[in-house]
Design a protein around this ligand. Structure first.
Ligand code: GTP
Length: 433
């Protein structure tokens, strides 16, 4: 198995813009400044660009280069920048086919006609893509060493992190190990042991289209294979030999679509006010956690918290005041939850924590700590200090299903409310605090 194969350089968030036209440089810099986390650095000449790079080439993740500079009229800047291992996007005022081929052969990311404003948007989209790609893992599965090396070089040009596997089994092992993370699999068809179609269908047994995308690769003339790869679960295919530009368009579009799907899924699972997970997420992810805990005989606790007399806060400070309190409580609970806990906004002013690997004593201790933490929040609304308390229901009895666990915790919470509020009550048990 071959390990992570990016250049190993931790690149920074700076974008080098080498452009002698002040108007174009300013236009680019202003657009780049709207992108979160990217810092544009301007240079008006080759000498200035080299000075910037000498201060720390690794601070930059990409360079946007004007081909004609006062001290480098014939595109000399391209090779100088590429020598630093920095991906380069070239701005031209129109190039001949020969010149374009020469630039692509040098290994630039792309070339763009800077005279055209819509092309400037393409530059911005590419800058954003490459910046994000540092977090995108691509697994290349191919038995040919040279094919893997070629794909790794291409992917590196766009800033992707690349992993390699020599055959289907290595690929499955790598995916199962959780190394990565891996967002895209580029998969050759003809490999010893397991062919591409078999590998694709085996990957799809474990990874949905919202988890990773797959692009199958087959040789020119293999006709029906691409259709079979798609039917097996590939999102797309590339016929070899391919034009590098087509390769990048397909890879980038598939990754962008995956990100969009993941963002939509994330939003569907989150409460928009507090950004905590929502009840729908608890039903999905909680069920998996519940089943695993039952199977492995591990302790599980449901802790339901409901803020006391919350209606009065809304009545006094308005809905927006109430919202601020909910956000503060959510942050407070989040700060105390462990990574393995599932914390959700369960209802209006109700929160649920599903805690793993916890026994009865631990769960009651945690519930009490959460009650105290909410009670200890120093909140002010309209300049007035606000005392907040919460009632808590706890259940550590596994019951027959997660739903039953939640119902029993809810019943305990009801008893906490009716017995005076600001206390923890255990399902089937006594008041704790
Ligand atoms: N500001 C705000 N209020 C909400 C939200 N969701 C629910 N609420 C309010 O939360 C209040 C809940 O009131 P009740 O169910 O009567 O409970 P309570 O006043 O907390 O009283 P007890 O639970 O019995 O202690 C209602 O006034 C809801 O309008 C929200 O997203 N934002």
């Amino acid at each position: 198995m071959t390990s992570m194969n990016d250049t190993g350089i931790q690149r920074g968030n700076r974008l080098l813009i080498v452009e002698d036209s002040r108007a174009v440089a300013r236009l680019l810099a202003e657009r780049v400044e709207t992108l979160p986390g990217i810092e544009p650095v301007l240079a008006g000449s080759l000498a200035e660009a080299e000075a910037r790079l000498a201060q720390g080439a690794q601070d930059f993740f990409l360079a946007v280069l004007d081909l004609n500079l006062p001290d480098a009229p014939d595109g000399e800047v391209v090779e100088r920048v590429l020598a630093h291992g920095l991906p380069a996007l070239v701005l031209t005022a129109g190039v001949s086919d020969d010149e374009r081929d020469r630039l692509l052969d040098l290994g630039i990311v792309d070339y763009v006609n800077k005279g055209n404003l819509t092309e400037i948007e393409h530059v911005i989209a590419t800058v954003e893509r490459i910046h994000r790609n540092r977090r995108i893992g691509v697994l290349v599965v191919d038995d040919s060493t040279s094919a893997r090396a070629y794909l790794r070089t291409l992917l590196g040009r766009y800033g992707y992190r690349t992993l390699e596997a020599r055959d289907g089994q290595e690929a499955l092992d790598l995916l199962a190990s959780g190394t990565g993370p891996i967002h895209l699999v580029l998969c050759d068809q003809h490999m010893p042991g397991m062919d591409g179609i078999t590998l694709i269908s085996r990957i799809r047994r474990h990874f949905s289209r919202t988890e990773l995308c797959i692009i199958g690769m087959s040789n020119h003339g293999s006709g029906i294979l691409s259709a079979r790869q798609l039917k097996a679960g590939a999102n797309d295919f590339i016929t070899r030999p391919f034009l590098e530009e087509e390769f990048f368009v397909r890879v980038n579009q598939n990754v962008a679509l995956l990100e969009l799907l993941q963002e939509m899924r994330e939003n569907a699972n989150r409460d928009p006010l507090t950004r905590l997970y929502n009840r729908r997420y608890l039903a999905d992810a909680g069920e998996t956690v519940y089943q695993a805990a039952r199977r492995e005989g591990r302790g599980l606790a449901v802790i339901l918290l409901d803020l006391d007399h919350f209606k009065q806060i809304n009545d006094r400070f308005g809905h927006s005041g109430g919202d601020k309190v909910l956000v503060n409580v959510a942050d407070c609970l989040m700060a105390r939850a462990r990574r393995s806990d599932i914390l959700v906004r369960y209802g209006g002013e109700e929160f649920c924590l599903l805690a793993q690997d916890v026994d009865e004593k631990g769960a009651l201790g945690l519930a009490e700590a959460l009650r105290e933490a909410v009670g200890g929040l120093e909140l002010r609304l309209d300049g007035e200090p606000l005392a907040l308390t919460t009632s808590v229901g706890v259940n550590t009895h596994p019951g027959t299903c997660l739903e039953a666990m939640l119902e029993a915790a809810d019943e305990a919470l009801y008893r906490a409310k009716t017995s005076g509020r600001n206390r923890v009550v255990q399902a089937g048990g006594e008041t704790v605090g």
